[in-house]
Design a protein around this ligand. Structure first.
Ligand code: ADP
Ligand code: MG
Length: 312
């Protein structure tokens, strides 16, 4: 779950989709990769009782994944985090394997889970990059607002860089509209624009050629904001409310997409002509209101530096 903006619904979606998928019979691991530790709080995990969390997992070579896994619900495990994790970005800056630490740490338990969902921090730094190296798909929770789309342009640029370098399997799997206002004309216009953009991308070889606007959008529902204060997911707190129904709908939509998808990796061509369709699309994002810059070089694995001046 990735969006460099805060407050868009990443944590709420990670917790509730994670629990929804576990209830559907899948073995799920949730990773709290945000130093704010909201995912851990939301699941009522008492992190002060733990010897190790995501921070030790990343910075301590001797810390194994087994030491940080906490069972949270039936079929639902969690790797919690605390505020310490904020230091990991700078502590790992010179680590030779800094992008892939999480991927390597997960290797011993890869058969244990069907699905790993990562709650990313609001930013595109080293923690987020570790998440992007581990997963196959990014889901972007966002609001259907014009300014929110600009952020997605920047995010697509980052996905492009990572998929061209350290993780060729990476795709932009879905956009999840959160706190959605179904009645607003502005929201409807933004949704139409997103649909048209991703429809046009279907024939490209970009990481967003298969991106779906996940259905249904998650409507604003106060129960979703109340549930964390009880350390409960929406399915614990009020399984009949609108929020639970919306997240259950997305669980089913994700599962139907995953079951029908050809999961073979799309390896992006390295020659510059092959980059052209996807580059055109990023430019199209810019002209259609989203903002992004075309990556300077396919070989550039950096995701944190640079700004959006290029194609702006
Ligand atoms: P992020 O993890 O992206 O920072 P959160 O998931 O923490 O965002 O959501 C931000 C705030 O909005 C939280 O207080 C959360 O409870 C609330 N919230 C999230 N989704 C909804 C929704 N659909 N309806 C009402 N409140 C929501
Ligand atoms: Mg959060």
């Amino acid at each position: 779950m990735l969006n460099q903006k805060g407050g868009v619904g990443k944590t709420t979606s990670t917790v509730n989709l994670g629990h929804g998928l576990a209830r559907a019979g899948y073995r799920v691991c949730l990773v709290d990769l945000d130093p704010q530790g909201h995912l851990s709080l939301h699941l009522a995990i008492e992190t002060d009782q733990l010897e190790a969390t995501a921070y030790q997992l990343l910075v301590d070579d001797d810390c194994s994944i087994e030491q940080v896994i906490v069972p949270a619900r039936e079929r639902l495990d969690c790797i919690p985090s605390t505020v310490d994790l904020a230091a990991a970005e700078s502590e790992l800056a010179d680590h030779p394997d800094r992008n892939s630490i999480l991927r390597h740490k997960f290797a011993p338990v890869s058969d244990r889970y069907d699905i790993i969902l990562i709650d990313c921090p609001p930013g595109l730094g080293l923690l987020t990059l570790n998440a992007m190296c581990l997963v196959d798909e990014i889901i972007v929770p966002m609001q259907a607002h014009f300014l929110a789309m600009q952020g997605v342009g920047k995010l697509m640029e980052t996905v492009w860089r990572v998929s061209s370098g350290v993780n060729p399997d990476l795709k932009l799997g879905g956009i999840l509209l959160c706190m959605h206002e179904t009645q607003s004309i502005h929201s409807r216009n933004v949704v139409s624009e997103l649909e048209a953009f991703f429809e046009d991308a279907r024939q490209s070889d970009s990481p967003w050629s298969g991106t779906r606007l996940l259905h249904p959008p998650i409507r604003r529902n106060i129960k979703l904001a109340e549930a964390p204060s009880f350390g409960q997911t929406i399915f614990d707190y009020d399984p009949d409310c609108r929020g639970a129904k919306d997240y259950q709908g997305v669980v089913e939509s994700l599962l139907s997409g995953w079951c029908s998808n050809d999961k073979s990796p799309v390896v992006v061509q390295a020659d510059s002509e092959a980059d052209k369709p996807a580059q055109d699309q990023v430019e199209q994002v810019v002209s259609s209101g989203l903002q992004a810059s075309v990556p300077a070089s396919k070989d550039d694995e950096s995701t944190t530096g640079g700004n959006s001046e290029g194609a702006g």
